[in-house]
Design a protein around this ligand. Structure first.
Ligand code: NAP
Length: 312
């Protein structure tokens, strides 16, 4: 294990709008923050096509473009970013220890903004078809399905966004939802429902995936009301049924709810004094780019004030 010399004031774990905004504020407060942005820096918005609801972008902006601009803005003020994943942390004493690829870094305060990752359906046959037709990211994999028939599973904004995006490539998109009430915002639902290439099937759940020697060939759908089954043919399937927080690397050292979302104790501070959390790793309610950015700002200000109080 290599020990990295200096004790930093702040280490930020995770990028995305929460992390980059925390980095911007911490850097402007002259705290010389170090960020471990993850191998896939930028978080979930790197997988989003257009962001239309972030104030200040009247024509919308691409997710990756926004993340690059946020990063550039924070770096301009001195945020140091390493595109590496944190393996583990030791929060039992201060300074805290953060281990990354065999090297241990120390900091007086830590901001966790690791976000959340896609949940898979777990239906029979899924493991074997991951990457051979079943995906959780239309932005990444949609172009593989030109003029093919695909399905999207889910009834939230992600499912509507994925379905609408996939119409650029697929000949037909069938959206499968397990009930007839949608969590999606009305505007996103309406856009999907009105699209001539999209068919919406309610009261359907995937019970198992079908395959042939080329990969995914279809799915068996079950009606949860009466258990009746039907088959649907598709060569691509996109699962958009929500996300789970990325907290495994914390090793249970911070209090979370039953689903693993970090709980705030005082403002953005967690159950460990000096450790703050922001964005989707905390947020079970709003989960928007703008709210994540706002919480990142709050976490940096809370960390700055907490550090100031420690040095008094
Ligand atoms: P979500 O709103 O939690 O919706 C998840 C959907 O998946 C629900 O329809 C749920 O059905 C369904 N589902 C969950 N588990 C399932 C299972 N095992 N089998 C079948 N269906 C299942 O998640 P999300 O769509 O990822 O959105 C998360 C947040 O991000 C939301 O706040 C959303 O507004 C935001 N978001 C915003 C945008 C945008 O504005 N551009 C884009 C994407 C996401 P039930 O309803 O029956 O539980």
């Amino acid at each position: 294990m290599v020990e990295s010399g200096d004790v930093r004031e702040i280490i930020i774990i995770g990028s995305g709008p929460a992390g980059y905004t925390a980095g911007l504020y911490a850097a402007r407060a002259m705290l010389e923050p170090l960020m471990f942005a993850g191998y896939m820096s930028g978080g979930q918005l790197m997988l989003t096509s257009d962001i239309e609801n972030f104030p200040g972008y009247p024509k919308g902006i691409g997710g990756p473009e926004m993340m690059m601009e946020l990063r550039e803005q924070a770096e301009r003020f001195g945020l140091e970013v390493q595109d590496k994943n944190v393996d583990s942390v030791d929060l039992s004493s201060r300074p805290f220890a953060v281990t990354v690829e065999g090297e241990t870094f120390h900091a007086n305060a830590v901001i966790v903004s690791t976000g959340a990752e896609s949940i898979w359906l777990g239906a029979e046959g899924e493991e074997a078809q991951k990457g051979r037709g079943i995906s959780t990211c239309a932005t990444c994999d949609g172009a593989f399905f030109r003029e093919e028939e695909v399905i999207v599973v889910g009834g939230g904004d992600s499912a509507m966004e994925e379905a609408t995006f996939l119409t650029r490539f697929a000949s037909k998109v069938t959206l499968i939802h397990r009930r007839d009430v949608f969590r999606a915002s009305q505007v996103m639902y309406d856009r999907a429902a009105a699209h001539p290439k999209i068919e919406i099937k309610t009261f359907r759940q995937v019970s198992r995936w079908l395959s042939d020697d080329k990969g995914l060939s279809g799915a068996v759908l079950v009606d949860p009301r009466d258990g009746s089954e039907e088959e649907i043919a598709c060569t691509g399937a996109f699962i958009a049924i929500g996300h789970k927080p990325i907290t495994a690397f914390l090793g249970g050292q911070i209090e979370t709810d039953d689903e693993g979302y970090i709980l705030h104790r005082e403002h953005t501070m967690t159950s460990v004094p000096g450790v703050f959390a922001a964005g989707d790793v905390v947020d079970t309610r709003y989960r928007q780019a703008i709210t994540a950015a706002g919480m990142g700002c709050q976490a940096a200000i809370d960390a700055e004030r907490w550090l100031e109080a420690q040095h008094d």
